[in-house]
Ligand binder design. Structure first.
Ligand SMILES: NC(=O)c1ccc[n+]([C@@H]2O[C@H](COP(=O)([O-])OP(=O)(O)OC[C@H]3O[C@@H](n4cnc5c(N)ncnc54)[C@H](O)[C@@H]3O)[C@@H](O)[C@H]2O)c1
Length: 336
C-alpha cells in the first residue's frame, strides 16, 4: 500500500513511518516541521519508498498534490497543548487539517485514519472509558479544553463525511504514549519532563497533589494498533480507544522514574498548585477500555511501563546530550 501520513516528522508519525516502511509499504509523509524534526526520519533519507513534503496541512492544494496517489491517509498532524499560548493554532490546525484530509479522501473514497485523544472524555469520572462514554468537557473560559473540542470537532466532521460523502473513516483515541523521540518538554508528556528533571538533578514538578492518574502506552504498542487500524476495512465508520489499561498516579510515576534513572541524588519534588497554572482544570483519571480494539483489531499492548521507561530513559540520556530537536530542520536539510 501507499500510505499518506500527516505529522510524519513528529513522535508518533516517525515511528509509524518506520513500521510501514519495514513491512514494504510506501509512505508519503507531510509535515511543516513546527513541532517535528527531520532528525526523526533522517534514517530513511536514502529510502525511495519514503517521500517527504514540507507543507502545512491547512494548505488544501498542497495537500491534494502530495496525497494524490495514496491509498489511505493517517492524519496525525496537530497542535496539542493550548496552555502555552497556542490556542488559535490548536483550533485552526486541528480543524482545517482534519477538514482538508477528509476533503482529499473523497477522491477515490480513500480511508482516513484520524488521530484523536483520550482528552475528549474530559472530566468524565467513569473510568475505564468506553468509546461510547460521555465527553464531559469543561467551560470554554478554560483554554485547555480547546484541544479536546478541536478533536471532537474532527471526529464529528469525520462521521459527517462518512454519512454524507461515503468516505470510510477510522477514529483512534490515543492514551498518553511515550518512548524514544518523545519531545523533551511537557509537549512530550509528564514522563519526559520527569526524566529530564532527574537526569539534571532538578525538582520534578507535580501539579496538584499528584494523585491524578494516567495510563501510558509504549510507542511500539501504539504503532502496532495504528497499523492494524489502517489495514482494517471492516466498517465504514469505526472508533477505537488505543492505549494501555494499567493506571498509575503521577506521584507513583515520578518515583518509578527516579528509581529507574538510578541517579545518586535525592528525589526532589516541587508541588505546583493548580491555582498557579492560571485558568486550568486537570483530568483526575484517564484509563481506556480497549476491549473493542482487542476484539476487532487484535490490539494487545505488551510493553510494561518499567521496560518501556527503561528504553526511553536510555534514549533520553543520549538525546539530552545532543543538539536540540529541530536543529536539522532549521539548517534546511531534508527530503525533496
Ligand atoms: N503523543 C501522545 O501521547 C498523544 C496522545 C493523544 C493524542 N495524540 C495525537 O496524536 C497525534 C500525533 O501526536 P505526537 O505526539 O506525535 O505529536 P508531535 O507534535 O510529535 O507530532 C505532530 C506533528 O505534526 C506536525 N504539525 C503540526 N502542525 C502542522 C501543520 N499545520 N501542518 C503540518 N504539520 C504540522 C508537527 O510538526 C509534528 O511533527 C496528534 O494528532 C495528537 O493530538 C498524541
Amino acid at each position: 500500500m501507499r500510505i499518506g501520513i500527516t505529522g510524519v516528522a513528529g513522535f508518533i508519525g516517525s515511528h509509524l513511518a518506520d513500521a510501514f516502511l519495514l513491512r514494504g509499504d510506501e509512505v508519503v509523509g507531510v509535515d511543516n516541521l513546527s513541532m517535528g524534526s527531520l532528525a526523526n526520519i533522517e534514517h530513511h533519507r536514502e529510502n525511495p519508498r519514503l517521500r517527504f513534503h514540507e507543507l502545512d496541512v491547512r494548505d488544501l492544494d498542497a495537500m491534494r498534490a502530495a496525497f494524490r496517489s495514496v491509498d489511505r491517509i493517517v492524519h496525525l498532524a496537530a497542535f496539542k497543548i493550548p496552555r502555552y499560548g497556542n490556542a488559535i493554532e490548536t483550533l485552526e490546525v486541528n480543524n482545517l487539517g482534519g477538514r482538508n484530509v477528509l476533503e482529499i479522501a473523497r477522491d477515490g473514497q480513500r480511508r482516513v485514519v484520524l488521530a484523536s485523544t483520550s482528552d475528549v472524555y474530559g472530566k468524565n469520572p467513569g473510568v475505564p472509558f468506553r468509546e461510547d462514554s460521555d465527553s464531559l468537557i469543561g467551560p470554554s473560559t478554560i483554554p485547555r479544553w480547546s484541544y479536546a473540542v478541536s478533536k471532537l470537532f474532527d471526529e464529528h466532521l469525520a462521521f459527517a463525511y462518512q454519512a454524507t460523502h461515503g468516505v470510510p473513516i477510522t477514529i483512534l483515541r490515543f492514551f498518553g504514549s511515550y518512548g524514544p523521540r518523545q519531545h523533551l518538554s511537557w509537549w512530550g508528556g509528564p514522563q519526559s519532563v520527569f526524566i529530564s528533571a532527574i537526569l539534571r538533578d532538578e525538582p520534578m514538578e507535580i501539579h496538584g497533589d499528584g494523585m491524578q492518574s494516567r495510563s501510558f502506552t509504549y510507542i511500539s504498542d501504539l504503532v502496532d494498533g495504528i497499523v492494524r487500524a489502517t489495514d482494517f476495512d471492516g466498517m465504514p465508520a469505526a472508533l477505537f480507544n488505543l492505549g494501555n489499561t494499567v493506571e498509575i498516579t503521577i506521584l507513583e510515576l515520578a518515583r518509578l522514574i527516579k528509581e529507574l534513572c538510578d541517579t545518586p541524588h535525592e528525589l526532589k519534588l516541587k508541588r505546583v498548585p493548580y491555582s498557579s497554572l492560571g485558568k486550568y482544570e486537570d483530568v483526575m483519571r484517564r484509563v481506556p477500555d480497549i476491549s473493542l480494539a482487542r476484539r476487532v483489531l487484535g490490539f494487545d499492548p505488551r510493553v510494561d511501563l518499567r521496560t518501556g521507561l527503561g528504553t526511553t530513559i536510555a534514549w533520553q540520556r543520549k538525546a539530552m546530550a545532543m543538539p536540540p530537536a529541530g536543529s536539522l530542520a532549521s539548517e534546511g536539510r531534508g527530503h525533496a
